[in-house]
Each structure stands twice: as structure tokens, then as C-alpha cells.
Design a protein. Sequence first.
Length: 152
Amino acid sequence: MTREVVYSWLGPGSSEGQVRFSQVSPQGPTILNISFTGLNARAGGYHIHILPIKSTQEPCSDTNIMGHFNPFSVNAASSPAPGNGTVDQYEIGDISGKFGDLTGQNNFQNQYMDGNMPLSGPNGIIGRSLVIHYANDDATNNAGWRRMGLDG
Ligand SMILES: [Cu+2]
């Protein structure tokens, strides 16, 4: 039976979108259907983070949702540039690493297949959070769009 989860998102201004994850069988690949509008060149990377969003205060801070979902402890520093490697070379939650980021995009639609993103089981992505980072976000100041992720 196909499992499916949709992460919906209402961003700043008129930006919004969703990522629909579906998996026909537990061992099979997951299909990502991605649709964002109104990004206005403000978005950069996007990832599954470890914990779901619970707090309304700084909901996407590291304290609340922790880092990228990475159950196999992949060293992201040695991952290939975004969109250049195979899915097993990135953290499970690193969607933009696997398939490329949103830099410069306004309305963005795409479909990807990922054989390294289970929905269920201990390495599954259901019940976590999806964060779209501002293009100018960085790990040191936590600025940016990371405050806008939503639960799935
Ligand atoms: Cu992230």
C-alpha cells in the first residue's frame, strides 16, 4: 500500500508550497513532488530536520527541531556539491544536496525519485519537519527562512 505524507508551507509574503512524499513499498524509492510559488529568489537549501515543529517561538531554531535528519551519520562536509552526487552520498534529509537547491527560483516545480528516503521505520522521515532556508542563511547565525518550516 502506498504511503504518503505532505509537508505544506506558508512562507513570508506570498510564498507557499508543498512537498509530497510517496512510497509504494517500504523498500522502494520515494517520489518527491515539489511545488513552491513566490519564492522571489529568497530561498536556498531545504531539508528534513530531526524533530517536528512544536513551538511557535523560533519554531525552526536548532534548539527546537535540531539539525538535518541524518541517521547514518553521513559527513555532510564530504558530500558532493548540491545535485552532483548520488542520494546515498548525502544526509537522508538533505533534499537540496541530493537534487539541487532553490537559489534564484520564484515558482519551482519538480519531481525527484529518492532510493534513500524511507517514510516509515527508524530511518523514516514522517513526523519530522521540513525547513526551507533563506538563501543567505548560514550555520553560524541561524538567520533566515529556517523559521518557516512546517510539520508533515
Ligand atoms: Cu535545514
